[in-house]
Each structure stands twice: as C-alpha cells, then as structure tokens.
Design a protein around this ligand. Sequence first.
Ligand code: HEC
Ligand code: HEC
Length: 355
Amino acid sequence: MIVEHENHFFMIIGLMLFCVLGVITTKAELIIPDVEDPALGLPSIELPEPLLFNRKVIKLGEKLFFDPFLSRDGTISCATCHVPDQGFAENGKPFSTGIDGKKGLRNAPTLLNIAYAQSMFVDGRSDTLEEQAWQPILAHDEMGNSSVNSVLKKLKNTKEYPRLFGQFFPEGGLNKKNLAVALSSFQRTLVSGNSDYDRWYYEGEDNAMNETAQRGYQLFAGQAQCWQCHSIAGPGVLFSDNLFHNTGVSHRSKSKGLAEDLGRYEFTKLEYDKRSFKTPTLRDVAKTSPYMHDGSLRTLEDVVRFYNDGGSDDPLLSPIIGTLNLSEEDIKDLVEFLKSLSGDYNYDRVKSDKL
Ligand code: HEC
Ligand code: HEC
C-alpha cells in the first residue's frame, strides 16, 4: 500500500515537473505562423523567398529588431517606436522620438499583420518590407546612420553578427540585402487574427461578439460606408483596400496649426494624390491609439465622430466621405465593433533564447 502511495507521489511530482517544463518550453517558442493558414480570419501569407523564412533567419531578425546598436549612437532600436506590448506601435504619442531627441512628423503604425501590406509607409513609398527596412536605419530623425556601409562596417566589427549572418545566409553573409531579409522575416511572423469578430463571422459563434458590436458591424458594412475602403469581402480580410484616399485628416490638422503633410503626393507628385494616405488595417486598432498618420485623433470615438461629421472641407476630399447622420448609440456601436477586431497574438520575447 505504502509503495502504491509513493508511486502516486512520484507520479504527481513527475506530472508537475512536466507541466512546469512544458510552460517554460512553450514560452521559449517563437511563434512562427503557418503561412498557408496563419489564423482564423486571415488569408495566406505570400513570401518573396520562402526558403529564407526559417527559424534561424527569423530569430536573427528578431535580435536586430530589438538591438539599439543598429542606430548611430546605440540608443534607438526598431522596438523603441514599434513597442511589442503596444501593438507594435507607440501608444499615447502622436510622434515618436528618434535619435538625438528628434521627433518625426508621422505616427508610428502597427506592425501587426504587416505581412499583408501591399505597400509600406502611409504614402506607400516602398513596395516591400525588404525595401522599407533600411529607411528607418538611415533616417536622420529615427536611427540616424550616415550610410549603409557605415552600418555594415559597424556590424562586421562585432563578434556575433558576421558569424550569425555567415551561418544563416550561405549566399552573401552579412550584407545589405540579407539584413533587410532578416528584419522582414521577423516582421512577417507578427500575425494577429482569431479576433472576436473572426469567431463571430467565420465560425458562427453567436456570443463571440456582443450585440452592440454586432450592430456596429451592420453600420460598418452599411450606412457608415466604412467597408468602401476598409474592405471586408473575402475569406480572409485585413480591413484595407491597400489604396490611398483623402479622408480630410491632413486638411483638418493644417487648420489646427500642424505642419501640412501631402501624403501620397510627396511620392507620386500627382495633384489628385494630395493629402491621400494608405488605408490602414483595422485589426488590433484598439491597441494603437492615437490614430491617423499624424496621431491627431486620440480615441476610436474621436475617429468615428470625425467620419460622422464628413471628414473636413478639403477640396480634394474623397467622394466616398460625407456626413453620416449617426446617432449617439450608432457611434458607440461602431466603436464597440472596432474593439472586436483585436486578434489573439501575444508577443512574448525570450531574451535568453540563444541563436
Ligand atoms: C523613431 C521611431 C521609429 C523607429 C526607430 C522605427 N520606426 Fe518604423 N515607422 C515609424 C513611423 C513614424 C512610421 C510611419 C512613417 C511613414 O509612413 O512615413 C514607420 C513605418 C514603418 C513601417 C511601415 C508600416 C506600414 O504600415 O506601412 C515598417 C514596416 C516599419 N516602420 C518597420 C521598422 C523597422 C524594421 C525599424 C527598425 C529597423 C523601424 N521601423 C524603426 C517610426 C519608427
Ligand atoms: C474613403 C475611404 C475610407 C472610408 C470610407 C473610411 N476610412 Fe477609415 N481610413 C481611411 C484612410 C485613408 C485612413 C488613414 C488616414 C490618415 O492616416 O490620415 C483611415 C483611418 C482610419 C482609422 C485609424 C487607424 C489608425 O491606425 O490610425 C480608423 C479607426 C478608421 N479609419 C475607421 C473607419 C471607420 C469606422 C469608417 C466608417 C465610419 C471609416 N474608417 C471609413 C480610409 C477610409
């Protein structure tokens, strides 16, 4: 009998150890999405170079993303402005502070679901993540380096970076392209789906979204016209048409004394692009206040009221934007719906994880 009790005792201890180890090892796992079926509500992910989307390259990209060494004076990393527990954006600040205390002119956007963006930056001036990666590293108000070569030279003088790049990139080792590939591969893992909305809409779970949010959805997809730009059709959606529109934000901000931002025009120089901006995804939007390219609207309610009033009197305002005649209750419903778009992605960095 005693023996049996002892057996139970050891079994229980064993089970407890197993659980504890289980927790530790699952914590240590970097989440790498299945590109064919990343999460409920999301389409598949297209990879420019599938062979380089592997654990080692991704971990190297993660290391670079968090390393302030990448900035001229070792003070700013990508994560300074794209903060993991603030939806990979920066909460509460219209503008982030880069090197030497310099402030930029645009609000840091979320990097969640950036794998799906068809162009980068609010004006779409880069086509891909790979093309985008060097811009913050070189921007005088972000990481402040004088040239690509100066950064590569600095990294080549470290003990680990040449070794890691040499191992993980048989072609080229530590060079301009591979650094961009590593950063991009990491960013493509930041996939966030399976929101309350997704479970309600795609799985038919009636209770996943409350009635307020359900009414908000009806408005979003109807009277309030939001769907016209924040697209919702398809088996997986990002709530963006990936196009550029003038919603009147820039004109409004200028009238309030902020510097004028010409948006897409800065890149194309086409008159009709003046003050147009990329339609952002609305997934995880509740995590990334303040809103719009210049962070000029503080809350989701402010955003909905802005649309309800018909944007601003910008002469180039999109013809889709106009007063909406929403009631106070409608406004609450829409806000509640936007809140139901937060996905279940939870970034948990394991600093001790060796490469
Ligand atoms: C000083 C703050 C700051 C730092 C540091 C910074 N970013 Fe950004 N990031 C921004 C801002 C602001 C924007 C929007 C600028 C624009 O659209 O013109 C942006 C835009 C982006 C975008 C485009 C997002 C979209 O929706 O189009 C990506 C991708 C990105 N950053 C990745 C990075 C990476 C990778 C690093 C590090 C190498 C980095 N950022 C460093 C502030 C920063
Ligand atoms: C004509 C196209 C269009 C329509 C219609 C539209 N939006 Fe937008 N939305 C945009 C664009 C473009 C931006 C970015 C504007 C900027 O940065 O200045 C944006 C930004 C937003 C943002 C801020 C996101 C962020 O991360 O900063 C929210 C929230 C939003 N829209 C919700 C809505 C809702 C709710 C509706 C319906 C009431 C709506 N939109 C209708 C194009 C549109």
